[in-house]
Design a protein around this ligand. Structure first.
Ligand SMILES: Cc1cc2nc3c(=O)[nH]c(=O)nc-3n(C[C@H](O)[C@H](O)[C@H](O)COP(=O)(O)OP(=O)(O)OC[C@H]3O[C@@H](n4cnc5c(N)ncnc54)[C@H](O)[C@@H]3O)c2cc1C
Length: 102
């Protein structure tokens, strides 16, 4: 689980760097921002969830900060646009850009 956390954290970091780079080029980055928000919020949720699991009962008590982090990170999948809405927006763009194979 610690290794999976490291993989999720690194992928989240790289996704944020990629999205920031797109924005730095002057592009609106609408789809890239949606992709980054979905990928990172869901990756961080998995990380927090594994931290709870690793700690067992301690992870769901107030005796460690993990419970609070888990609660806070859960909201990330809602407050910057629910994941479902970002996915809807990405899919809408894909449908708009779709062209039949030549
Ligand atoms: C901790 C926190 C901080 C916040 N801070 C801010 C802030 O600083 N500024 C601000 O403006 N707002 C803020 N918000 C509000 C936040 O932007 C909204 O909660 C968010 O946009 C979702 O809107 P809603 O709560 O009305 O949920 P709804 O729009 O009612 O959505 C509820 C659920 O319905 C589903 N859903 C909605 N639309 C679709 C769709 N098209 N397809 C499939 N499923 C769908 C999703 O699963 C979604 O989670 C904050 C919210 C929280 C929890």
């Amino acid at each position: 689980m610690l290794a999976d956390n490291e993989i999720d954290l690194k992928q989240a970091e790289l996704t944020i760097d990629w999205c920031a780079w797109v924005l730095d080029q002057g592009h609106p980055g609408t789809s890239e921002s949606s992709m980054a928000k979905v990928a990172v919020s869901e990756a961080l949720y998995r990380v927090a969830d594994r931290c709870v699991q690793v700690l067992g009962g301690l992870g769901v008590t107030g005796d460690s900060p993990v419970q609070q982090i888990f609660r806070d990170i859960r909201a990330f999948r809602i407050y910057d646009g629910p994941s479902e809405v970002h996915r809807w927006s990405i899919a809408k763009r894909l449908k708009k850009e779709w062209r039949p194979a030549a």
